[in-house]
Design a protein around this ligand. Sequence first.
Ligand code: SAH
Length: 249
Amino acid sequence: MSDETLPVKDDVVCAPWHATVLTLYPDMFPGPLGTSLAGRGLEKGLWTLDTLHIREFAEGKHRNVDDTPAGGGAGMVLRPDVLARAIDHASGENDDRPRILLSPRGAPLTQQKVRELKDAGGAILVCGRFEGVDQRVIEARNLEEISIGDYILSGGEVGAMVLMDAVVRLLPGVMGKIASGEDESFESGLLEYPHYTRPTEWEGHEIPEILASGHHGKIADWRFEQAVELTRERRPDLYEAWVERQKKP
Ligand code: SAH
């Protein structure tokens, strides 16, 4: 890879953001991340994605990766020995990338967390399946549990894709000229103001007059008021937190 293809930030060439995904379904990747912005970023070498097939770290004739839950109950649990071998293989020496387990019990993925993960230079993402993962490997390998929302998916793969999509669009060079999301929902703690484009009149609805005024200061004020109002209506939790932050000097 020539230096030209590497992301440049403040004239310093940075290594590509590096994801390693541990999964029982490596064929799912890159999936949707192979197209559009993320896909072009991948082609340009702005980030890299490896998958490790968890089953390759299983032993014995049947290469079992899971077993019945200790104490009884439905479903199967991923074995700690198999997962630990896969994790150890992925991290190797001098690899300080965060080790993440996608998990509905984890801390919710937020835009702030996404930025932290971007700055960490990459991540090892462990995708659970079945009932989940043996607790001992979570503790012994220091896995940080992250949830993408309060619902249950059938596996961690889609969650890993969500996380990577959110990180990758922030990498220098991925979004081209678009300011890397400074103005978006959540960045300021508020939801974003409404957008409009041509045609100026559509099915009898016009674009708010202020947007055609060419008065940038007034437009910025209007957008800010809209953002505050929308957040207050739709996300009282975010609104309250934002109000509290405004009180601080
Ligand atoms: N029995 C578990 C759910 C297992 S779902 C429970 O009740 O908590 C199987 C796998 O899907 C999980 O191990 C996890 O890797 C993934 N998964 C499910 N929901 C998720 C979510 N909201 N966020 C991130 N990963 C999730």
